[in-house]
Write a protein that binds this ligand. Structure first.
Ligand SMILES: Cc1cc2nc3c(=O)[nH]c(=O)nc-3n(C[C@H](O)[C@H](O)[C@H](O)COP(=O)(O)OP(=O)(O)OC[C@H]3O[C@@H](n4cnc5c(N)ncnc54)[C@H](O)[C@@H]3O)c2cc1C
Ligand SMILES: *[C@@H]1O[C@H](CO)[C@@H](O)[C@H](O)[C@H]1NC(C)=O
Ligand SMILES: *[C@@H]1O[C@H](CO)[C@@H](O)[C@H](O)[C@H]1NC(C)=O
Ligand SMILES: *[C@@H]1O[C@H](CO)[C@@H](O)[C@H](O)[C@H]1NC(C)=O
Ligand SMILES: *[C@@H]1O[C@H](CO)[C@@H](O)[C@H](O)[C@H]1NC(C)=O
Ligand SMILES: *[C@@H]1O[C@H](CO)[C@@H](O)[C@H](O)[C@H]1NC(C)=O
Length: 499
């Protein structure tokens, strides 16, 4: 896909007139639920984005729906108004410009749709699509049940679940999306539909990984499971210990008997100003067991600091809000190899060591397990569209994040991230270790995660889009995020790669 900021700066001039008409029609119909520049509600949404790239866009107006009916009314009005484009925001944690905000169009901030209702038998949680995960865990913890959701509490239910969703519980129950038993969703024609295994089952599957390409989800019904307190250890290591850390990581993630209570994240952190690398590990075990033996090898690596505690799901997810910075995510997936991970570190160090853009940049390169047992759970709700098979063996996902203060450095950081990623990918490909999968919630705007699901899933998504959205409203009039239309062009490049 093209650079979203380039597309958007066009859109703001071309569509400004359309947005004006449509904002006034929206405010006639929905009154004070529509806010305008300099009003407190508008300000509230603008200051709730996680990245500066998102917070910097200025919609013509912002809709704050409080019911699914508000959403369906708004979509009908917007779709009927030529030249009026829109964006959908959950908790605003996608870093890329335009993913959940728009210059000159209408932003629909779903955050007010945040009700949580547990079924009487406690087996299903109905949660408003605009909720944050912390609210979900705080609600569920007292009932001794939980759901597969985000690890950081401020992340949104909406974006995380529609893109897949990696949870501490994923090895045990699958991607967050595999645990959705029903989506309540507003379609392009404004109708409110339910998508589940019995009704609109094609749309149901497409929403499990298809992101914002099919509708505005207003409620997710999530399967729960019994859950008590969990164990969390953190280890910080000198980067000179990368050999033993990566061996421990690889041993844990490549085990054919992957322990489904493991939720592990190993990160390399680099600060361009101090030119210093450190290793930070988060070793969560989703049972109340302090020092579980599965982490012994990792815990034995001499650390700069280490902590261990038993805590509740909600308190682990509880984090302090941060003020927005410039952020970039980029991702790839690999077959396990400690040697290749060491080579990855050398590539990172070679390219990043002397790159110190104006204002500095902090890199966080994280590695997380993608075990085959996690993929085996997709079948219980009829499958998702991610294109991952449990018989392909254990893998791991790499998330490259960059954060920096000075927006003047945006292009430079993005270019360096592309270079790093392309060198790592081509080395992995040469060694037969590259998986084709690009996790959409970690993908950079220049990547093609939808095409990475494989030709069959990609064609399926396009068919479902034509069926439920014949005018391609969500392709052309909701331009933010990864679009089926844009990724068609990149399809060939991706599908040539192996697994
Ligand atoms: C600090 C941090 C921690 C993270 N931790 C995890 C983690 O543990 N596991 C993981 O898998 N990912 C994680 N992520 C990635 C996260 O899944 C994505 O950033 C996700 O897009 C965030 O969802 P959101 O609703 O907050 O974001 P938004 O930016 O509001 O939305 C993201 C995308 O989803 C679309 N969208 C949102 N809600 C709806 C809806 N109701 N209907 C239709 N489309 C919608 C938006 O249009 C947008 O394109 C993390 C990200 C951050 C910044
Ligand atoms: C909006 O936020 C800005 C700072 O982000 C502040 O200066 C301004 O006063 C706010 N306006 C309103 C109406 O709240
Ligand atoms: C739910 O959303 C409303 C409206 O935005 C907000 O006032 C309220 O604090 C939210 N509830 C929780 C528990 O976050
Ligand atoms: C949850 O578990 C705790 C501790 O085992 C118990 O005291 C409490 O009664 C349980 N709560 C419910 C609602 O079952
Ligand atoms: C890391 O280890 C090296 C020796 O291998 C040492 O020179 C350096 O001071 C250590 N750094 C920290 C932060 O402990
Ligand atoms: C963990 O930290 C304690 C002190 O808090 C220290 O005594 C111990 O050596 C550390 N473990 C390792 C493996 O470094």
């Amino acid at each position: 896909m093209g650079f979203p900021w380039a597309i958007l700066s066009c859109a703001s001039t071309v569509y400004a007139a359309g947005a004006g008409t449509c904002c006034s029609r929206l405010s006639e119909e929905l009154g004070t639920k529509v806010s305008f520049l300099s009003q407190p509600a508008y300000n509230g949404t603008e200051s709730s984005y996680w990245s500066l790239q998102e917070a910097g866009l200025k919609p013509g107006c912002i809709l704050h729906p409080s019911t699914p009916k508000d959403v369906s009314q708004a979509v009908s009005i917007i779709a009927a108004t030529d030249g009026c484009n829109m964006a959908v925001k959950g908790q605003g944690h996608a870093p890329g410009a335009g993913f959940a905000n728009i210059d000159g169009g209408v932003t629909i901030d779903m955050a007010g749709l945040n009700t949580t209702v547990l079924s009487p038998d406690r087996s299903v949680l109905g949660v408003g699509a605009g909720a944050a995960w912390l609210q979900v865990y705080q609600y569920l913890d007292p009932y001794n049940v939980s759901v597969a959701g985000g690890r950081n509490g401020l992340v949104g239910v909406g974006g995380l679940t529609l893109g897949g969703g990696i949870s501490h519980f994923s090895p045990r129950v699958g991607w967050a999306c595999d645990n959705v038993v029903n989506f309540e969703v507003v379609l392009a024609d404004g109708t409110l539909a339910n998508a589940n295994q019995n009704s609109h089952s094609d749309l149901y599957r497409a929403l499990k990984g298809g992101a914002n390409n099919f509708g505005l989800v207003t409620r997710f019904d999530l399967e729960t499971f019994p859950q008590g307190d969990i164990s969390v250890s953190t280890f910080v290591n000198n980067v000179s210990k990368r050999g033993p850390v990566l061996s421990a990581f690889t041993d844990i993630i490549s085990s054919p008997k992957f322990d489904v209570s493991v939720s592990l994240l190993v990160s390399f952190l680099y600060n361009s100003k101090s030119k210093a690398w450190t290793i930070s590990n988060s070793a969560v075990y989703t049972q109340p067991v302090l020092h579980p033996p599965v982490f012994d090898q990792l815990a034995a690596v001499p650390s700069i600091s280490n902590t261990s505690r038993i805590t509740s799901v909600a308190s682990l997810a509880d984090e302090a809000p941060t003020s927005p910075l410039n952020w970039l995510f980029a991702t790839a997936a690999f077959k396990p190899s400690a040697e290749f991970m060491l080579e990855t570190f050398e590539i990172l160090n070679n390219i990043l060591y002397s790159f110190n853009p104006q204002g500095g940049v902090v890199w966080d390169i994280a590695f997380e397990p993608l075990p085959s047992v996690m993929l085996s759970h997709a079948a219980k709700t009829g499958g998702n569209v991610l294109g991952l098979q449990s018989d392909e063996g254990n893998s791991y996902i790499m998330l490259i994040s960059a954060l920096w203060l000075d927006s003047a450095s945006n292009t430079a950081v993005e270019e360096v991230s592309r270079e790093v990623l392309s060198v790592i990918e081509s080395r992995a490909k040469a060694e037969g270790l590259l998986r084709k999968f690009q996790y959409i919630n970690y993908a950079a705007p220049y990547q093609a995660p939808l095409a990475s699901y494989g030709a069959e899933n990609f064609e399926f998504l396009k068919r479902v889009s034509r069926k439920y959205d014949p005018q391609a409203f969500f392709q052309h009039r909701v331009p933010g995020g990864f679009k089926l239309v844009e990724q068609s062009q990149q399809e060939l490049g991706v599908s040539n790669e192996e697994n």
